[in-house]
Design a binder for this molecule. Structure first.
Ligand SMILES: CC(C)(COP(=O)(O)OP(=O)(O)OC[C@H]1O[C@@H](n2cnc3c(N)ncnc32)[C@H](O)[C@@H]1OP(=O)(O)O)[C@@H](O)C(=O)NCCC(=O)NCCS
Length: 169
């Protein structure tokens, strides 16, 4: 894979050699883009962000500070990841019985323009639908339908939203 020289990576960040990063994407302080990752154009990758091996990220995605996008997570265009939100890729982790390597990772898909609030946690294996809105600190344990607002722990549907995120009912 080729390095595209039209993106910006702060000097304190690490970008592994075999990644693809689109034009105009910015990678800020202390972040790490790992091997095989594909990041689209016009993305903003904040401070202290980790993009795991082989992760695929679309265009115009915003990732706020302190977020790890683990292998098995895919973000479509215009996804917003709020500060310190958490993805996972193993549903039942045990240090004593390690599950290492791609075949163990449970996938999570975040579809176009969905927003995930600050400090939310996404338990792996779910699909978050287009334009869905996940409230801050929500724990997502099930699929979230498109244009749906969910909050709480565990996350529960509390309404619908339009493209701009305004509540419609
Ligand atoms: C707690 C856990 C092990 C349960 O797994 P499970 O037994 O397969 O649970 P299910 O998905 O069948 O969910 C059972 C119920 O518990 C709820 N639930 C599951 N995980 C929850 C969580 N973390 N917080 C709140 N509720 C949770 C589900 O919403 C569901 O509720 P319902 O019965 O009202 O529908 C798992 O959901 C989890 O949180 N794993 C930790 C993931 C993680 O942190 N990984 C780190 C390494 S990447």
């Amino acid at each position: 894979m080729k390095i595209n020289n039209k993106y910006f990576a702060h000097e304190s960040s690490y970008v592994d050699s075999d990644v693809s990063i689109g034009d105009n994407t910015k990678i800020w302080h202390f972040s790490h883009v790992q091997s095989g990752a594909i990041i689209g154009e016009n993305c903003s990758i904040g401070q202290n962000v980790n993009i795991g091996n082989n992760v695929k990220i679309g265009n115009y995605v915003k990732i706020q500070n302190n977020v790890s996008i683990y292998e098995g997570v895919e973000l479509e265009d215009y996804v917003f990841c709020g500060p310190s939100m958490v993805f996972t890729n193993i549903k039942v982790p045990r240090s004593e019985f390690p599950q290492k390597g791609s075949k163990h990772y449970t996938k999570t898909l975040v579809k176009r323009s969905a927003s995930i609030g600050a400090n939310a946690t996404i338990v792996c294996g779910v699909t978050i639908g287009e334009y869905a809105m996940i409230g801050s600190s929500t724990v997502v344990t099930k699929d979230v339908p498109a244009y749906t607002l969910i909050v709480g722990n565990p996350g529960r549907i509390v309404g619908k939203v339009d493209k701009k995120g305004n509540k419609t009912k």
